[in-house]
Ligand binder design. Structure first.
Ligand SMILES: [Zn+2]
Length: 109
């Protein structure tokens, strides 16, 4: 992977805050996951899928903080806009890739 500009969108000082925010969110979604897993109906199944995906994204975001790549788009490797990260701290791709049709193809299989 080619390295983008070295400018990190997240100030070093707020990494801790970001991490605890993600950890909190991870606990919340894991709780939802456990709750949904104990139910056997269609709504719970849909919720289960969504929560599973969110948990994966949060775990990936935490991992990216560790390796200093937090805020990098999974798809194009460019920095994800700070506005998007503020709105969705575990975002794994930038607004361009998130709205690109290739994303649907990626998850359609
Ligand atoms: Zn992208």
């Amino acid at each position: 992977m080619t390295m983008p500009s070295p400018k990190h969108p997240i100030p070093e000082a707020s990494t801790e805050e970001l991490r605890s925010e993600l950890m909190e969110s991870l606990e919340y979604h894991k709780g939802r996951l456990a709750a949904a897993a104990s139910q056997d109906d269609e709504i719970s199944h849909a919720m289960l899928n969504r929560s599973e995906r969110t948990v994966e994204q949060i775990e990936a975001a935490l991992e990216r903080i560790e390796i200093g790549e937090y805020g990098l788009c999974d798809t194009c490797g460019d920095w994800i806009g700070i506005d998007r990260l503020n709105a969705l701290p575990h975002a794994s791709d930038c607004t361009v890739c998130a709205s690109a049709p290739t994303r649907n193809q990626r998850f359609a299989r």
